[in-house]
Design a protein around this ligand. Structure first.
Ligand SMILES: Nc1ncnc2c1ncn2[C@@H]1O[C@H](COP(=O)(O)OP(=O)(O)OP(=O)(O)O)[C@@H](O)[C@H]1O
Ligand SMILES: [Mg+2]
Length: 593
């Protein structure tokens, strides 16, 4: 490569970098604040952003390989001026001409591709789309580069590379200077850029495609147009991104599309939709100005490989001893209610601890949107369905949790799992518990008093006596420790009995989390469940402790071995129930202490 070429390349690179930073600036500034205070704030913000782009933005992490041919990039930056992390996606930009080509291709594709893709896997869909688009390009003799040569442009800007901001150039001049190979190269570059956008829009999630593909993200939330999309990152908590829906209509149509992907309809008549995206993520969306300021959506990302008890131990959300306790309790069929606030990790704890359910037990799970993911084969996963009727009355086509629980009880399950109890289904669930079905459910309640109040008052209205069929109540909390949000199981409470004289429930708390400063778990040393297990097996206290120790040893072995696949955890749990001595021997040999 000649020196000149090298210099040109470097210049081009510099321009690209400049272009992307300008883009972020523009997006931030384009928000138009109304009040005086807001204006002042915005001024301050603009200043800091400008400062940030002046070189104070430090790239903490960078990941490439998103989207078509892995062209997309995402970065996590630290803005020193704002003392904040920032999520940045970098995608190829299209200029007006390229947008035209994209529009043309997308129109032709929609006209021609009349096939059913519902049975195809993602890979097959990608292949199909690429093949069809290539064919359309050949059949229609579509040129990507130098198509409007006649249109003389003023700027002498060099040819755009893949990430450059698009400015018009004098293509005719350029074209003359280029060799055949160079033209082919440019042709391919533009084609890749256009295909990137077509793939993103047809198969992916449009503007938020990179975020949807990024593993480290827990939640995505869009609070309206002209506001950056916020993400909840595993490592960096709540951070803003450079993705913004500029126009109200753009966001509206995006929300309509998201709902459609979930197989639901969102309209002014029915502006709130809960659904499940094809990858398993949970979607909540509202349309236009009917119920919120503008359209909004919140996505709880699905985890391909759900968290296991080993992960919970690693994150210090539970202790080794607590995990061993749950293992024994769940194996013996104790019913558990997982309580906590929003996003405190209720569903995650339910799913993780369910790996302790013996492999042969028949499980029926019931949820509004499917989140539970188990390795068990004998498992019916039910989800509720909203009817299509226009009236608010329940119709024959509606299937709610209550219907599903009733159906579940006829399916002869050993374990009934309910995603989130809110209404009259709680009554059926507790009936199921009282009739000997092991049940697991999550409830939104922050402490035991709120929980009892919620359960005893409408719409649940549970008689207190029924509560005694519940064995364990677990409280999950998201707590701030040293500026970082972590999840802790703050209390494990057992229901001992209902005092007939005072009509009060009597509790026992075998484990509790101590405090933010200590950040450890404390065991009270007494548990009704463990005592029952001891009596059933005719064990002495020592024998019970020994069994607990054995399970702690196996769990520690899994932690040290770095077992993090939920199927593998399930497999070891099953092996232990069948060949305890063999597994113990192996674990003892392989653990250091
Ligand atoms: N112990 C944990 N350690 C680290 N991350 C966790 C833990 N528990 C849950 N999470 C993460 O927190 C997010 C929220 O978890 P989860 O869906 O279980 O919360 P939830 O209490 O069920 O929320 P909601 O009330 O919205 O149903 C998920 O992305 C999950 O991966
Ligand atoms: Mg949940």
């Amino acid at each position: 490569m000649g020196l000149l070429e090298l210099a040109q390349k470097q210049k081009q690179k510099l321009e690209e970098e400049k272009d992307t930073s300008i883009e972020i600036k523009e997006e931030k500034i384009s928000k138009e604040p109304k009040g005086l205070l807001e204006k002042a704030k915005a001024k301050k913000q603009t200043k800091t952003i400008l400062k940030g782009t002046e070189g104070k933005k430090e790239i903490i992490e960078e990941k490439t390989g998103f989207g078509y041919k892995g062209i997309g990039i995402r970065k996590i930056c630290y803005d020193d001026a704002k003392k904040e992390y920032f999520y940045e996606t970098i995608e190829p930009q299209l200029n007006e001409e390229e947008k035209e080509i994209k529009k043309e291709l997308s129109h032709l594709f929609k006209m021609l591709a009349d096939v059913n893709v519902s049975d195809m896997t993602k890979k097959e869909k990608e292949k199909f789309l690429e093949k069809t688009l290539e064919q359309i390009v050949i059949d229609n003799n579509i040129k990507f580069f130098g198509r409007k040569i006649k249109k003389e442009e003023q700027t002498k800007k060099g040819l755009k590379s893949i990430f450059s901001k698009n400015e018009k150039s004098n293509e005719k001049e350029e074209l003359k200077k280029l060799t055949k190979e160079e033209i082919e190269k440019k042709e391919k570059e533009i084609k890749d850029r256009v295909f990137y956008h077509l793939f993103r829009d047809f198969l992916g999630y449009g503007k938020i495609d990179i975020i949807m593909e990024d593993e480290g993200i827990e939640d995505i939330s869009c609070d309206g147009h002209n506001v950056p999309i916020f993400i909840y990152h595993k490592k960096y908590d709540e951070i803003s991104s450079n993705i913004i829906f500029d126009k109200e209509e753009e966001l509206n149509s995006f929300v309509v599309r998201l709902a459609q992907i979930c197989g639901k309809q969102i309209s002014v008549y029915s502006p709130i939709v809960d659904g499940k995206l094809p990858d398993g993520s949970r979607l909540q969306t509202t349309l236009a100005r009917t119920v919120t300021r503008g359209s909004t959506f919140t996505i709880r990302k699905f985890k391909e490989n759900p968290l296991t008890p080993i992960d919970l131990i690693n994150f210090q959300s539970i202790s080794l001893e607590m995990a061993a306790y749950f293992w024994m309790a769940i194996e013996k069929g104790a019913s558990i209610l997982f309580c906590g606030g929003t996003a405190s990790g209720k569903t995650t704890a339910l799913n993780a601890l369910s790996l302790f359910i013996p492999g042969s037990h028949k499980i029926v799970s019931i949820e509004d949107t499917r989140e539970v993911n188990l390795p068990h084969e004998n498992w019916i996963a039910g989800t509720t369905r909203q009817g299509f009727s226009a009236s608010d009355e329940k119709t024959g086509k509606d299937i709610d949790m209550f219907d599903l629980i009733r159906a579940a009880l006829r399916q002869r399950p050993k374990v009934v799992m309910v995603g989130e109890v809110r209404g009259n289904e709680a009554y059926s669930l507790f009936q199921a518990m009282a009739t000997g079905h092991t049940s697991y459910a999550t409830v939104h309640a922050s402490d035991i008093h709120t929980l009892i109040q919620r359960l005893e008052n409408p719409p649940i209205s549970l008689p207190r006596a029924l509560l005694t069929s519940l064995d364990i109540i677990v409280f999950q909390n998201a707590v701030d420790i040293k500026g970082k949000t972590v999840r802790r199981m703050t209390s494990v409470t057992e229901i001992v009995k209902l005092d007939p004289d005072t009509n009060q429930l009597i509790f026992m708390e075998p484990y509790k989390w101590v405090s933010k400063t200590d950040d450890r778990f404390e065991s009270s040393g007494s548990s009704k469940i463990l005592n029952n297990i001891r009596l059933q097996n005719d064990w002495s206290d020592l024998e019970l402790c020994e069994e607990l120790e054995k399970r702690i040893l196996i769990l520690r072995w899994m932690v040290e071995k770095g077992v993090n696949d939920y199927r593998e955890v399930g497999r070891i749990v099953n092996l232990y129930s069948k060949y305890p001595d063999d597994i113990l021997k192996k674990a003892a040999e392989e653990t250091k202490k």
